[in-house]
Design a protein around this ligand. Structure first.
Ligand code: R7I
Ligand code: MG
Ligand code: MG
Length: 324
């Protein structure tokens, strides 16, 4: 008899947050690479022996997970304070310039709401900073996609108010939540997955970019990274890097290693694309899919596992409560 359910829930929770940190840390040395990365450069990163250090993507993910666990819900004021605490302790984790400026202002006493809205001349940041950190929302509310989307939106606007940044966060959170509950032993329908993710975001750049990927991910052969990169772009804009990350997952949905390799090979914002793709792949395939060698070399991997376990315990405890 074959088991069609795939990895258990706790393993998927761990896989999601291990995916965040491993993708971030493995992709970080190539962040900003102009154009697709040759396979030998990606292999070089994998075969090195140095410790892999995480960046702002993981630091902000840790802050969000801690806030959800401490408050038992999404408390935007508390979340802003956790972001500031991490930033003040370690300002050199590679934060985006707008986010660094914003966190400096919050540290000096400004309120997050007007400060985030005033970013970039009053249109708010369209960077991927809200999407890259959002995985814990999916773990917190996985069973309820509507709630995942609503909480992702609220978590985003603490720093990023541009509609594309918010949509990027909603799309990434929804993708992780869908991957957490999908049966990993069954083939993934990439087109249906993209359509489900796109249906949670408003009309706009992110929905358009997701829609533009359908023929690529439904093809018989995986498209070359150049084709995906040309279609989505690979920059720090959420509307580029979130669809790029989902493409990396959907091109190789049954291998965590191949998803992360593919994500890095796209070039551009490699830490963030690999981190977001890794989170989705880890959520689908579980912690067993993350190579021990990568995990052992990655800074703070045990902390991400601990946070995943605590989020799993909290979600399990909530779902066991009597209704009403
Ligand atoms: O979004 P954010 O936190 O950056 C995250 C990225 C990831 O790649 C991390 O790994 C880290 O390296 O940084 O930071 P922001 O500064 O809000 O946005 C990133 C960049 O996008 C900005 O510095 C700008 O270059 C650009 N950008 C904008 N440019 C013009 N107008 C974002 N929003 C705007 C805008 O509205
Ligand atoms: Mg980073
Ligand atoms: Mg980055």
């Amino acid at each position: 008899m074959s088991d069609t359910s795939g990895p258990d829930e706790r393993s998927r929770y761990r896989g999601a947050l291990l995916g965040v940190v491993v993708g971030d840390a493995l992709g970080a040395p190539l962040e900003g690479h102009a154009g697709p990365v040759p396979p030998e450069r990606v292999r070089g990163l994998e075969e090195d022996h140095v410790e892999l250090l995480y960046t702002d993507d993981t630091a902000m993910t840790i802050a969000l997970a801690e806030s959800l666990l401490e408050r038992g819900e999404l408390d935007q004021d508390h979340l802003a304070a956790r972001f500031v605490a991490h930033f003040r302790r370690e300002p050199h984790r590679g934060y985006g310039p707008g986010t660094a400026r914003l966190l400096d202002e919050l540290a000096a006493g400004a309120g997050w709401r007007p400060t985030a809205a005033a970013q970039f001349g009053g249109q708010g940041s369209f960077g991927n900073g809200a999407a890259m950190r959002v995985a814990p929302i999916a773990l917190h509310a996985a069973g309820d996609l509507f709630r995942v989307a609503a909480l992702a939106r609220r978590s985003a606007v603490v720093t990023h108010t541009h509609p594309a940044a918010v949509d990027g966060a909603v799309a990434q959170a929804t993708a992780v939540a869908l991957a957490l509950r999908g049966p990993a032993a069954e083939p993934l329908d990439g087109g249906a997955f993209l359509a489900a993710v796109a249906s949670t975001v408003g009309d706009g750049e992110v929905a358009d970019a997701l829609g533009s990927l359908i023929d690529l991910v439904e093809g018989v052969e995986p498209p070359p990274p150049e084709a995906v990169a040309a279609r989505t772009g690979t920059g720090v804009a959420a509307a580029e890097s979130v669809p790029a990350a989902l493409a990396a997952f959907l091109v190789r949905p049954d291998s965590f290693v191949e998803t992360v390799r593919y994500a890095i090979s796209l070039g551009g914002d490699t830490d963030t694309i690999a981190s977001m793709a890794g989170a989705v792949a880890g959520a689908r395939l579980g912690e067993q899919a993350v190579p021990a060698r990568w995990r052992q070399r990655t800074e703070a991997a045990p902390l991400l596992v601990e946070l995943a376990d605590r989020l799993a315990d909290a979600a399990g405890a909530r779902s066991a409560e009597p209704a009403g």
